[in-house]
Design a protein around this ligand. Structure first.
Ligand SMILES: Nc1nc2c(ncn2[C@@H]2O[C@H](COP(=O)(O)OP(=O)(O)OP(=O)(O)O)[C@@H](O)[C@H]2O)c(=O)[nH]1
Length: 295
């Protein structure tokens, strides 16, 4: 483990419209906010990873907290608290152009009990003048105990790097959590795998009904913006491999082109797709293989 390397999870919370999503995008600085219509299997959706030489800040999405009115509401809130309790740093977003309200006080109270370090983030500072901002900062100071209070504007970019510095400062010492250059994890991988699987099945659906699975091994976003994806298409038998490959692997080439276009639409940039077809004998009956393939 690299000495003095810090890494951990952080999320932004706050009432609706507080500027959480805009702030996340400003920090990560790339189009990575891919929303899957499928229910998430992981508790966190990683929205982005900020890589620095000595640290890694992993920004996750967490569901919003609501005033519980029903038992279901309480259960949901328990889930939210469980999720929140897994992050190291929470950025509480409070818009500079609005008074602190009951919703803000409620959320502040809820997160105060967690182990996470809470940083108050006064958002949308470009919408107020200095006098108003000073007033708001004082009101925030009275709202609760915060490790830091950072005013930012996601629109002008002001103080965004300072906020990252502050959040990183509160991360625990830890080995690197994600490979260099990786910006998102599972949900995006799952979506990419699904697009590749769709392309691979096109035209041969009747021949290969359920015997094909796709595993995205690695995704790297290069500085140039090119996304490199390494994925394996798994089939059960060599005869099925031959179908996927086609004559002189010509069919696989088409599959790759179709999948690449679909993924380029998804990530909003250029994609290099490296596809391999592998035979994993009877993977559907092997729990270990199934788990590996995400089932
Ligand atoms: N002027 C200005 N507007 C901002 C800033 N950040 C966010 N906004 C605007 O505020 C509105 C809400 O921003 P979001 O990022 O969607 O807020 P959110 O907290 O994710 O909202 P919910 O998804 O409803 O919880 C949007 O119209 C943004 O364009 C900022 O720094 N400056």
């Amino acid at each position: 483990m690299q000495h003095n390397y810090h890494a951990g999870f952080a999320c932004f919370v706050g009432r609706p419209n507080a500027g959480k999503s805009t702030l996340t995008n400003a920090i990560v600085g790339q189009k990575i906010a891919i929303t899957s219509s499928k229910p998430q299997t992981t508790r966190h959706t990683v929205r982005g990873v900020v890589h620095r030489p000595d640290s890694q800040l992993v920004l996750v999405d967490t569901p919003g907290l609501h005033r519980p009115r029903t038992l279901l509401g309480e259960r949901l809130n328990d889930l939210v608290r469980a999720t929140w309790s897994e992050v190291d740093v929470i950025g509480l977003c409070l818009p500079a152009d609005e008074e602190i309200g009951r919703g803000d006080r409620f959320i502040t109270g809820e997160i105060a009990a967690l182990k996470a370090t809470v940083v108050a983030v006064v958002t949308k500072t470009d919408l107020v003048d200095r006098g108003k901002l000073a007033q708001r900062l004082m009101a925030v100071q009275e709202l609760g105990e915060f490790a830091d209070i950072v005013p930012v504007s996601a629109v002008s970019g002001e103080q965004i790097q300072t906020l990252v510095d502050v959040m990183v400062k509160h991360l625990p010492q830890s080995p690197q959590l994600y490979p260099d250059g990786m910006l998102t994890d599972e949900p995006e991988h799952v979506l990419m795998a699904e697009l590749i699987r769709e392309a691979a099945l096109e035209g041969v659906r009747d021949e290969l009904p359920h015997s094909i699975a796709v595993l995205v091994e690695e995704v790297f976003v290069e500085d140039s913006g090119l996304t490199r994806i390494f994925a394996d298409i798994y089939v059960e038998r060599p005869s099925q491999k031959a179908i996927i490959l086609g004559h002189q692997a010509g069919r696989l080439k088409d599959v790759g082109t179709r999948a690449r276009h679909a993924i380029e639409d998804l990530v909003g940039g250029r994609v290099y797709l490296d596809l391999h077809v592998r035979v994993a004998k009877d993977w559907q009956r092997d729990p270990k293989q199934l788990r590996r393939l995400g089932f």
